[in-house]
Write a protein that binds this ligand. Structure first.
Ligand code: R5P
Length: 320
């Protein structure tokens, strides 16, 4: 694969394995940078490569520890800007703080917009992200956003299972469009769970719309955080007569009680991607499968660098 010396890919400490895999796919060495911490806890980054006039990408999911990873991304962007990079793309496989995206009660922030402002102010000229919590988050940035989807990777894996009598279940109304894409690629029927959020830690799956009795289930979500959403939805469809249940989700955040909940859930396999490094406890779970998104990101980076279209990578063709 021919890529000229103008392309530089750097990685923060948020997901070094993913950065390494992207560089391997592109067959280029990772850009050198020394990331250090002062005794008072402040971070310093020193680029070891010349980036003047270069097309630079920084890979950094803003996953846990969220604030540390965000600040590191901002410092990286500032560093590249001040070192005269020609174009800087923030590659954010998982975008933290995305779920606070509206002011639905008084005296609360809109953190998704705040993060977008900070990333732009720090020096990003464009953003490459995957499965943002809501598509409209792209509009929070005043710079171009290329938005990838993990759905083709997840459905290709699930298709190999050759599940018959299939129902694709969206565990809440927010995921219906993704579920429709799953149906377009896997076949089967679409069913939706009506979810009510009680608090940040608790949700209630109230009702299933659609037929799940006697069906094998593929459930899809963008994020598994506390796993309340998918576990409650899985229990509900099981009560309604579902057979085998598989869950596909892009971002395996696995926070708080998530893994305990998943261990007790009637779910045969949980499939996530490597946008976020898998925690040690999840690695030990035999029914957690991780698929890599490195090639998709690598391909998108290559095409952005060459000013080529990347819309065929968006995975949006099957269902709008
Ligand atoms: C909600 O709108 C999202 O699509 C996810 O369903 C949600 O963020 C998952 O959170 P949890 O795993 O904590 O239920």
């Amino acid at each position: 694969m021919f890529l000229n010396d103008n392309l530089k890919i750097f990685g923060g400490t948020g997901n070094p394995e993913l950065t390494a895999k992207i560089c391997r796919y592109l067959q280029i060495p990772q850009g050198g940078a020394k990331i250090d911490v002062f005794p008072d806890g402040e971070k310093i980054i020193k680029l070891e490569d010349d980036v003047r006039g270069r097309d630079c990408f920084v890979v950094q999911p803003t996953c846990s520890p969220v604030d540390k990873n965000i600040v590191e991304l901002l410092i990286f962007l500032d560093c590249l800007k001040r070192a005269s990079a020609k174009r800087i793309t923030a590659v954010i496989p998982y975008f933290g703080y995305a779920r606070q995206d509206r002011k639905d009660e008084g005296r609360v922030p809109i953190t998704a917009r705040l993060m977008a402002n900070l990333i732009t102010a720090a020096g990003a000229n464009r953003v490459l992200a995957m499965d943002l919590h809501a598509q409209q988050l792209q509009g929070f940035f005043d710079i171009p956003v290329d938005h990838l989807m993990a759905e083709p990777i997840l459905t290709t894996y699930l298709k190999n299972k050759k599940l018959d009598r299939l129902a694709v279940v969206s565990p809440d109304v927010g995921n219906i469009k993704t579920a429709a894409r799953y149906v377009a690629h896997l076949g089967g029927d679409l069913a939706i769970v009506h979810k009510r959020r009680v608090s940040g830690h608790e949700v209630k799956s109230v009702e299933v719309i659609g037929d799940v009795k006697g069906k094998n289930i593929v459930m899809c979500d963008d994020i598994i955080a506390t796993a309340g959403t998918v576990v409650n939805a899985a229990k509900l469809v099981k009560e309604r007569g579902a057979e085998r249940i598989f869950v596909g989700a892009t971002h395996g955040v696995f926070a708080g009680p998530a893994l305990e909940r998943l261990k007790e859930a009637p779910i045969e396999e949980i499939i996530v991607t490597d946008t976020i490094p898998l925690c040690d406890e999840a690695k030990k779970m035999p029914n957690v499968k991780v698929l890599t998104v490195a090639e998709l990101f690598g391909e998108a980076i290559k095409r952005i660098h060459r000013d080529e279209s990347i819309s065929s990578l968006f995975g949006q063709s099957a269902a709008k």
